[in-house]
Write a protein that binds this ligand. Structure first.
Ligand SMILES: Nc1ncnc2c1ncn2[C@@H]1O[C@H](COP(=O)(O)OP(=O)(O)O)[C@@H](O)[C@H]1O
Ligand SMILES: CC(=O)OP(=O)(O)O
Ligand SMILES: [Mg+2]
Length: 399
């Protein structure tokens, strides 16, 4: 069986094709700058000994044009891996917000699409693009089963004291205003990997997904107890362009005293804040370079970013009543040794002690970067949301 996984963003599409059940990735890629005349496709094929990379720059007016180009690469006479798009039996989609309706992976139908659309307002950067990806895939792969895997699903096990806000009750009962949590597919995948690695009867983990969006989760024996993103993917850790935790008084002041509209507030907290707002840069690699060049704003932003992570580690150690491992994952978590080092600074009292030599190494796979006899293991576990999505699709179909 061929499973094609699509992670559709506002101006990008990440994808991966798997042969199942051997879980082999056949190819993967990234379409960026959709909507521009200089969009790019980076396509990697793994069927030959050394991965082949194809790069294309072209005009892509919309997601449909992007996905059609990807299908052209998949079925290319020379470098293609399929003869016909009809060979794709399953398309697995990352959908960021599933609300309270979806606690599990779900086959897409009209009702599911309507619910994803109803949730647009709660995840404006993500759900519209996710639905668009589904609709385009339905046209391109009409014979395939379309399956949605929700970022929120893994967090549906949160106890009520963790998922409720201290707001009037009817805002929960009538409006479903509560903590949903995000990046669940990634937290679930790395928690399972870390649990298998630790191989002990009980595991209390803090998983830290640090990508463009960032979130922390407290996971006890594979069950999520708390997470830092909330009603939408804005609260908690400092992110590339999002604020993380912010006192609502700031929003009230911006609207009441400084004349901001709701749209301006949304743009501010989603797209203009976080590391970008603090430094003018959102990519951690650029921020690191700026620090090396003596940029004081970049140094402060980096401190703030790591300090927020440290606060959540302390909080979640308390939630879990102890700690077996801290797990770093995603673009920043897997690659940025200095962020890991600063985030763990001063946490020796919790049993967290980094081995700085190991922390600086770059190796594929799971890496243990704590001191050999530290009470808490610190692990770098590469995430693979696409593999987890494919795996959840296969599990659903086998039922
Ligand atoms: N070598 C690296 N060092 C530091 N940060 C990195 C490195 N590689 C990637 N990143 C960071 O990872 C982030 C993107 O992470 P990723 O998990 O791909 O996010 P997303 O899936 O949300 O797009 C970017 O902010 C980028 O700066
Ligand atoms: C939910 C979320 O923040 O996703 P991403 O990190 O991909 O933007
Ligand atoms: Mg991501």
């Amino acid at each position: 069986m061929n499973i094609f996984v699509v992670n559709s963003g506002s101006s990008s599409i990440k994808y991966q094709l798997f042969r199942w059940p051997n879980q082999q990735p056949v190819c993967s890629g990234l379409v960026e700058r959709i909507g521009y005349s200089n969009a790019t496709i980076t396509h990697k094929v793994f069927t030959t000994g050394t991965p082949q990379e194809i790069q294309r720059t072209l005009a892509l007016p919309d997601h449909e044009a992007g996905l059609r180009e990807v299908v052209a690469l998949l079925t290319d006479a020379e470098q293609g891996v399929l003869q016909d798009p009809a060979e794709v039996q399953v398309v697995g989609h990352r959908v960021v917000h599933g609300g309270e309706s979806f606690a599990a992976t779900t086959e897409v139908n009209d009702e599911v699409k309507a619910e994803i659309r109803r949730l647009f307002a709660l995840a404006p950067l993500h759900n519209p693009a996710n639905l668009l990806g589904i609709e385009v895939a339905e046209r391109i792969f009409p014979q395939a089963r379309q399956i949605a895997v929700f970022d929120t699903a893994f967090h549906q096990t949160l106890p009520e004291k963790a998922f409720r806000y201290a707001l009037p009750e009817k805002l929960y009962t009538e409006e479903r205003i509560r903590v949903y949590g995000f990046h669940g597919t990634s937290h679930q995948y790395v928690a399972a990997q870390a649990t298998a690695y630790l191989d002990q009867p009980e595991t209390r983990l803090i998983t830290l997904h640090l990508g463009n969006g960032c979130s922390a989760a407290a996971v006890h024996n594979g069950r999520c107890l708390d997470t830092s993103m909330g009603f939408g993917p804005l609260s908690g850790l400092v992110m590339g362009t999002r604020t993380g935790d912010l006192d609502p008084s700031v929003v009230l002041h911006l609207m009441g005293q400084l004349g901001y509209s709701a749209e301006q507030i949304s743009a501010l907290v989603n797209k203009e804040s976080g590391m970008l707002g603090l430094t003018g840069l959102s990519d951690m690699r650029d921020i690191t370079k700026a620090i090396e060049q003596g940029n004081a704003s970049a140094a402060l932003a980096y401190d703030l970013y790591a300090y927020r992570i440290r606060k959540y580690i302390g909080a979640y150690a308390a939630v879990l009543g102890g700690l077996d491992a801290v797990v770093f994952t995603a673009g920043v978590g897997e690659n940025d040794a200095l962020v890991r080092s600063k985030a763990c600074e001063g946490l020796g009292f919790l049993g967290i002690e980094l081995n700085e030599e190991e922390n600086k190494q770059r190796r594929p796979g799971i890496r243990e970067i704590s001191q050999p006899n530290a009470r808490v293991k610190v692990l770098v576990v590469p995430t693979n949301e696409e593999l987890e999505i494919a795996s959840q699709c296969a599990t659903l179909l086998a039922r």
